[in-house]
Design a protein around this ligand. Structure first.
Ligand code: SF4
Length: 318
C-alpha cells in the first residue's frame, strides 16, 4: 500500500473524532462552487494565545484490538486498515508543513496490539519530528488508555497538548459500550497530566530552560446520549465527579476520625445538600439553550433575594 492510500484511510478514520473546531460538517463540493467540507485530513485548533492553527489530523494506525461499539475503527468492523510507520508519519507531516498546507499535527491512534506498543510508536513519530527534523510547530497527541505512566510522561514532553477521552459518563456504560477500557485506565492519565502540567508550570517559573510538559494543557471528550446517564450525572462528572464542598464528604474520602466531634460537619452536609438540590434542577439543555442568553448561575445570583413567584420559575425542564 502506498503512502497516499494510507493517508486516505488514516485521515478518514480520524475524521470522526470531533475534538477540533472544523470537524462535524458534511458538505461535499459542488459544481460551480469553491471548497468542500467533506475531505478529512486538515482540522483546526486554538493555541493557548488564541491563534487558530490548521493541523494534519490523522491516526498512526486504525488497526484496533479493542471493540468499542461507537467507533468506526472497532476490530469487529469490516473496513480498510492501514498503519504508518513513525518515520512515514513524521516525513509526511514535514512535507505538508514545508508546502504550507498545515501548521501542526493532531495525532491519535487505534490500539494497535497493546496500549504501550501503540504509545511507543506515537512517541517515536514525535521524537523524529522534534529531534531529527527540529519541528517546532504545534502538536496535539491523544494518549492511549492503559498505557504506562512513563510513556505518558514522554509523550507530554514532546506534544503541546495531550488529550484522554473520558468516553462515557460511568463505569457501567464503559462496560457496555467499550468493554476493553476501564475507568481507572482513563482517569489515571488525566490525573497524571493535570499534576505534571501544574508541576511543569511551576518549574518554568524557576528554571527558564526546564522542559515544558504539555504546555497547552489537556482536553477530553465524552459521548452523551448513547447511555442512560442523567444530565445531573454528566454535569457532576465535568466537575470531577464530586461536588462536595469539603474533601471529607467526597465519595472516595477515607472516613475522618474526628467526624463525631466535628463542629462544622453539619454545616458542610447542609451546603452539600443545597448544591446537589440546585444541580438536580439544571440540565445540559438549559446550559445550551440559546434563546435565553443568561446562564443559570447568573440567574441564581440575581435570585439571591428572589420573590416567591420568581423562585418558583426556577424549575427547569430538559
Ligand atoms: S480503542 Fe479507540 S480506535 Fe479502538 S475501537 Fe475503541 S475508540 Fe475505536
Amino acid at each position: 500500500m502506498d503512502l497516499a492510500e494510507k493517508l486516505e484511510i488514516l485521515a478518514d478514520s480520524a475524521k470522526y473524532d470531533v475534538a477540533c473546531t472544523s470537524s462535524g460538517v458534511e458538505r461535499p463540493g459542488r459544481a460551480g462552487r469553491l471548497g468542500s467540507c467533506r475531505a478529512p485530513g486538515i482540522c483546526h485548533s486554538f493555541t493557548p494565545d488564541g491563534r487558530c492553527v490548521s493541523l494534519l489530523k490523522v491516526l498512526l494506525s486504525n488497526v484496533c484490538s479493542y471493540d468499542c461499539s461507537y467507533c468506526v475503527n472497532r476490530r469487529s468492523n469490516d473496513r480498510p486498515r492501514a498503519s504508518f510507520t513513525p518515520r512515514e508519519l513524521a516525513e509526511l507531516t514535514i512535507g505538508f508543513y514545508r508546502r504550507n498546507y498545515i501548521e501542526g499535527l493532531f495525532l491519535s491512534s487505534a490500539v494497535a496490539g497493546s496500549p504501550d506498543a501503540t504509545m511507543e510508536r506515537m512517541i517515536e513519530a514525535l521524537r523524529i519530528l522534534r529531534q531529527e527534523y527540529r519541528f517546532n510547530g504545534y502538536i496535539h497527541a491523544k494518549t492511549i488508555p492503559g498505557a504506562d505512566p512513563l510513556l505518558v510522561e514522554q509523550l507530554g514532553l514532546l506534544a503541546d497538548r495531550l488529550s484522554v477521552n473520558i468516553e462515557l459518563p460511568s463505569e457501567a456504560s464503559l462496560v457496555r459500550l467499550a468493554p476493553d477500557k476501564g475507568r481507572a485506565a482513563i482517569l489515571r492519565p488525566m490525573g497524571q497530566i493535570a499534576r505534571r502540567s501544574a508541576h511543569s508550570r511551576q518549574e518554568l517559573t524557576v528554571y527558564r530552560h526546564a522542559k515544558a510538559f504539555a504546555p497547552a494543557g489537556q482536553s477530553t471528550q465524552m459521548i452523551i446520549g448513547a447511555t442512560p446517564e442523567s444530565d445531573r450525572q454528566i454535569l457532576r462528572l465535568t466537575e470531577g465527579g464530586s461536588m462536595a464542598p469539603v474533601q471529607c464528604l467526597s465519595c472516595d474520602a477515607t472516613p475522618c476520625e474526628r467526624r463525631s466531634e466535628c463542629r462544622t460537619i453539619a454545616m458542610w452536609n447542609e451546603l452539600s445538600r443545597q448544591i446537589n438540590d440546585y444541580l438536580d434542577n439544571i440540565t445540559i439543555a438549559d446550559l445550551m439553550r440559546k434563546s435565553d442568553q443568561q446562564c443559570p448561575v447568573e440567574e441564581s445570583a440575581q435570585d439571591s433575594h428572589p420573590s416567591p413567584a420568581k423562585n418558583a420559575d426556577m424549575s427547569i425542564n430538559s
